[in-house]
Design a protein around this ligand. Structure first.
Ligand SMILES: Nc1ncnc2c1ncn2[C@@H]1O[C@H](COP(=O)(O)OP(=O)(O)OP(=O)(O)O)[C@@H](O)[C@H]1O
Length: 459
């Protein structure tokens, strides 16, 4: 698409910006339409086709949080997932602008802009749009709107469309939701999407990672404590239940808690109140509960390791996130998304994927699911020498094909501590069939610490 034929819409509540954009672009493009009120955006898009939308990040009503821009970006992409949107952002707010790239914006310009640069950005976006239109079909064309793009949740596969459909139905209810699925399948993202689509969206979303809570701090973390309740309790502390009042409490790794912890949780949920440690005054709680686990909860219940009555409290609705290997071409869609994201973050041009690379990504089993893909693409974008990512840019380690590749034997000769640590990690992960939570537990690490080590060893 050439600049001269482009139709451009500019949405900003600052009339000076609209005036300046009109002056600048009217000689460059075929048509410039400006709009002060973002509420009219969607009806404008229904009436007329625009090649590019310039969208302001901040509107006066939201005190510069950038969320309204992100919200409108989501609505545009819901209506047309192929829309080309360039965000207009204030100087010093590049962090939010990068979030908008994750949410599907093509690029952003920073106010005050240099005219030549802005025109260049527009031209590049038009070229990218033209190239996408002419794509030979190596990457999947969107079939249905990626309607959860505003929450960074992407997926065109049937399996993910079903998940999106369930989120849409369940989000605006008070139902407790249990999210099941392997590590890295997006359970936390879904929990956030549920919250943001609920009537509780303006209230807090509070996460409690139960795997990281030892027996000793479980109650104090969840229910709070009073000053002096135990040796280290120097002040009163609000628990996560109370902090989430009016909003959503996300209990991650629920399958990892002990039977005594399950009993305490059940009592709180049944009574809809918590009693902080060191107090005898119950505090009523008004929360919507979303929990997640990668553990086989029903098998644990069958072995009496997880209480069935607690499962019934948690799983009014269940959503199972499919493993990435069952999501067909979503692998390629996500790879392309992460490539754009990490290229922007590292100030590099977005690389393309060689057809053999796409094939390799499609064939890999992705035991670490979307998280593994995300890290693999980030590494490839940073280390790649060429503008096209080739198969060698993606090296899959033994950890990712546990059954096929036995862990390396200890080498003869002097041992390097680095190697010993790497081998130990590999073996433990293998012993737990790639389950990072269990491996971290056995190694005496938090999952975050284990992920850090995996990155350190390039695993
Ligand atoms: N459908 C998706 N689209 C885009 N990004 C995704 C998607 N699913 C997951 N991700 C990304 O993958 C990473 C892992 O996702 P998330 O933490 O939600 O997974 P999880 O199932 O909660 O993992 P764990 O069980 O290890 O806690 C995150 O960086 C998230 O942004």
């Amino acid at each position: 698409m050439v600049l001269k034929k482009a139709r451009v819409l500019v949405v900003d509540d600052d009339t000076d910006v609209l005036f300046a954009m009109r002056m600048l672009l009217k000689t460059e493009v075929q048509e410039v339409v400006t709009e002060k009120n973002p509420e009219l955006l969607l009806s404008l898009l229904s009436k007329q086709r625009f090649d590019v939308v310039f969208l302001d990040m901040n509107y006066k009503s939201t005190q510069g949080s950038g969320n309204e821009g992100l919200y409108w970006l989501g609505r545009i992409r819901e209506k047309d997932p192929t829309a080309t949107v360039i965000m207009i952002t204030a100087h010093g707010d590049v962090g939010t602008a990068v979030r908008s790239l994750k949410a599907g914006a093509t690029d952003f310009v920073v106010k005050p802009w240099h005219n030549a640069q802005l025109v260049e950005t527009l031209e590049a976006a038009l070229q990218q749009r033209g190239a996408a239109g002419k794509s030979p079909g190596t990457l999947p064309a969107p079939r249905r709107p990626a309607s959860f793009a505003e929450f960074d949740l992407l997926g065109q596969s049937e399996a993910m469309q079903e998940v999106f459909h369930k989120i849409e139905k369940v989000a605006p209810t008070e139902a407790n939701v249990l999210l099941l699925g392997e590590n890295g399948t997006g359970k936390e993202l879904v929990a956030k999407a549920l919250h943001h689509r609920s009537f509780r969206a303006a209230r807090p979303f509070v996460t409690a990672d139960l795997a990281a809570m030892s027996e000793g701090i479980f109650e104090s973390e969840l229910f709070g404590h009073k000053k002096g309740a135990f040796t280290d309790a120097r002040d009163d502390r609000t628990g996560r239940f109370e902090a989430a009042t009016g909003g959503t409490l996300f209990l991650d790794e629920i399958g990892n808690i002990s039977l005594p912890q399950q009993a305490k949780l059940l009592t709180a949920l049944q009574n809809r109140q918590v009693i902080p440690l060191g107090s005898n005054v119950p505090v009523p709680v008004d929360i919507r509960l979303v929990s997640a686990t990668n553990a086989p909860l029903y098998e644990l219940a069958a072995r009496n390791e997880f209480r069935k009555d607690l499962i019934y409290r948690l799983n009014t609705v269940e959503i199972t996130l499919p493993p990435l290997r069952d999501r067909g071409d979503d692998v390629l869609l996500l790879a392309q998304h992460f490539a754009g994201l990490y290229a922007a973050r590292n100030r590099k041009p977005t690389p393309s994927f060689a057809p053999e690379t796409l094939q390799k990504l499609r064939q890999h089993r992705w035991p670490g699911n979307v998280r593994e893909l995300q890290h693999a693409v980030e590494r490839a974008v940073i280390l790649a020498e060429a503008a096209e990512l080739c198969p060698q840019d993606f090296r899959f380690s033994a950890m990712e094909t546990p059954a096929a590749t036995p862990p390396p034997a200890l080498p003869d000769g002097p041992l390097q501590l680095h190697e010993v640590e790497k081998n130990t990690i590999l073996r433990v992960i293998e012993r737990h069939n790639g389950n990072i939570t269990k491996a971290a537990k056995e190694l005496g690490l938090t999952r975050t610490a284990l992920y850090r080590r995996l990155e350190k060893h390039d695993l």
